[in-house]
Design a protein around this ligand. Structure first.
Ligand code: THU
Length: 126
């Protein structure tokens, strides 16, 4: 799958975001090693700390369906800055796929690509 297709799926997923507080929809599209793609969006809560980011929504969907091997995740936000994963999501994703590719896009459609272990060096591991 081309980067652009995965990014488009992430952008589409953001349409389901529940964001009454931040008004900042985020979408994610997670590509598994078997070629399947799980999407996610951010789901906010009045208790703001209970908010779930788009990336973790996509991961939880995939993991709870039995998937364990991940190749790439595309993250779509409509701000002027590239939509980078937050610290909690970096740690969460690192548990499963430290070498996965992370594509981060912004409003004008441009994107940057990193390997997760570049974004999350020295992650906590037991
Ligand atoms: N958010 C994500 O869903 N993913 C990110 O990569 C960064 C932040 C969400 C959390 C919150 O709902 C909104 O963006 C603003 O912080």
């Amino acid at each position: 799958m081309k980067d652009r297709e995965l990014l488009d799926m992430a952008r589409e997923a953001a349409k389901n975001a529940y964001v009454p507080y931040s008004k900042f929809p985020v979408g994610a599209a997670l590509e598994c090693a078997d070629g399947t793609v799980y999407t996610g969006c951010n789901v906010e809560n009045a208790a703001l700390g209970s908010t779930i980011c788009a990336e973790r929504t996509a991961f939880l969907k995939a993991i709870s369906e039995g998937k364990r091997d991940f190749l790439r995740i595309a993250i779509s936000g409509e701000g002027p800055n590239y939509c980078m994963p937050c610290g909690a999501c970096r740690q969460f994703m690192h548990e499963f796929a430290p070498r996965m590719e992370v594509l981060c896009t912004r409003a004008d459609g441009r994107y940057v690509s990193y390997r997760l272990d570049q974004l999350m060096p020295y992650a906590f591991e037991l």
